[in-house]
Each structure stands twice: as structure tokens, then as C-alpha cells.
Design a binder for this molecule. Sequence first.
Ligand code: SF4
Length: 374
Amino acid sequence: MSGIYLHIPFCKQACSYCDFYFVTRTSEREHFVQRLIEDIESYRDSKFTDETVETIYFGGGTPSLLEPAQLEQIMEALYDIFDIDAREITLEMNPDDVSGQFLADLKSLGISRASMGVQSFEPELLEFMHRAHSSEEALQCLELLSASDFDSFTVDLIYGNPGQSVEQLKSDVKKLLAFDPPHISAYSLTIEPKTRLGKQVELGRIAPPEDDKVAKHFDIINQLFSSHGIERYEVSNYSMPGKEAIHNSNYWKHENYLGLGPGAHSFWWDDSAERWENEEDLRKYLRDEDQPEREVLSLKQLAEERLMMGLRTRKGVGIAELSERYDYVLSSRQLDYLENREQEDKLEVDERITLTDEGIKIADAIILDLVTLH
Ligand code: SF4
């Protein structure tokens, strides 16, 4: 089983924190769609069409900037070339693009899951993040979504904004939970160097969010979501039981996926494991000039990745899985380290290694320690 990721690289404007690849000139959308279809068709009868595709993910950028007729052409090409038995087809959208008709059109195309980029309902935070939508549009789109045929949807929320108070955070969460979202991705604001926010921090105009404050926001979110029956199953992902994202969960388990479009990543593990990243350059993509280099990954690299991704999830990583699939046996130094951290209630070890709620806050440090001690 594999997945397909399609990167739709257009946005109306640049959000201040965003580190994804996108362009704000949207005039090349039609050209891009035709090129993407050619790209899909180039995989006919290749090894990538041997496996059944169980998830498709339209990400970006802003996929909701495409017309339903364009999305229909892409879907037709995908079904023509790949063997698709879809359990989940997700499309990312922004509130200012959504209407009842748009959602109905998506549903009739077979899109089963809507991913809505709300981030906040607070006007001043939306402005700070340079989002293209208003607070009213965010509320309106969630009303439309609740009234639509989408029983599976997810909403993105950002916390830990430098100017965000606890009251504002609680108000955002309360407004969101009123719509009973089956799934939420909640991200702490990260400052990436190449973004507008990164530049403002570099110039000393904005102070980055303090760790204590971010940790406090994380606790509030966990507690409020949990009291609503929405539990964390990965550092930034929360869901009602059975509503976990299949596509993203497959990334964390090293399932195969093919990424199409500029900046998309792919991972394929058959005889050997390879990863490649399309160049972040729409012009080159349109001219079919991108020749991404493939990196061959060793079993050790894969094991370390599996530890890194698995420990960020509530299920953790199976010790037997590490040895059987990755030929990775924990060293005595690693076992000692795990025992010490277990005594500090940062993690639990039985047949699996799982981080506790306290451990997850320092997940990156624990993972780094573990990998270094092998
Ligand atoms: S956050 Fe989304 S909408 Fe904003 S610039 Fe990035 S990809 Fe575009």
C-alpha cells in the first residue's frame, strides 16, 4: 500500500511564519495542472503503479486555489494511471476559498477529508501571521464544513504566538471545539530563518516565544482537547478515536509514498530505500527540468528515522520492530538511558518505547540522546 502527495504551490499571500514552498503569482495555475497531469502520466506501468494506493493528499501551498474542474482532471489522471483503493483523500483549503458549493464539488470528486487552515480566530493574531482570511471567514467555513457531507475533517491551529495570551488561546480552542472537529493539528509557532517572521526576529523587532509559555500553551491545549474526547496521538496531532490521519501516519511508519509537484518529497523502499525531493522551483517543474537526486538510505539511517518519528507518536516504537525490520538492536548504553528516563517518568518501556506527556515536551532531546548512544 502506498500514498501519493501532490504539492499545489500557489498562495494568495505569504503567511509570516511559512516555510513551505509556494509562489504568490497564481496566473500559472492552468499550466501547472496540465504539467502535473503529464507528470502523473509519466508513471504509467512503472514500479510505482504496482502497489495499491490507499491515500492521496493534496497539500501546498493552497490546493483550494484550484477550480473543481482542475481537481477533477487531476483525479481522473490519478485513477487512470495508479491502482487506487482509497481509504482517505485529503485536500488542504483556506477559509477564504470555501463555499458550500465548493465543498459539495470536492465531495462529488471523491475527496473524503477536508483540511482547513484556520490557525486562529483572533483578528490581531491573524494579522500578525499575515493570514489571508478574517476571523469571520474562519467561523463561517467551519459552519459550512459542519453542515456539509464531510464527516472527516481536520483543522489547523497555531499556538505559542509571541503576543498570544492564555485567554486568547482558550478562546480559540473553545470556538474550535464548538464545531466538534474529528481531528485537529495544533502547531507551536516555529520561527524559520527564511520567513518574514524569522527576519523580524533577526532584526530584533519581535522576541521569539518563550519555552515556558509554549509549554504552558501545550498543556492547556492537551487538557481542553482531552476533556472534549480529542486525544493527542502525535506531537502536533489530535483526534477523536478512529479519526487519526492515515496518510501522515503512514509517513511515520515508513510506508511508500510518491510526491508530485515542486518541492514534493518521495520515499520508496523496495530492494533499497530511497528518498528524493523535487526542486522548489515552479518554472523548472513547468519545463520538466527538475532531476532530483535520489538518496539511498542505510538500514541504520532508517532505524534512526523510525525512532525519531515513532517516539513522537503516542504508540511509540516496538523494540521487536526495530530489530526485525531495521536490524537495530538497542545497545546497553541505550537501555541504561531508557531505564533512567523511565524512572524520571519521561517514558515507558515494555515491548514498545513510548514517551509520557512530560517526555513528549522534550522529545527532540530524548531522541537525540538515544540515537547518539547507539
Ligand atoms: S501557511 Fe499555507 S497559506 Fe500560508 S503561505 Fe504557507 S502554504 Fe500558503
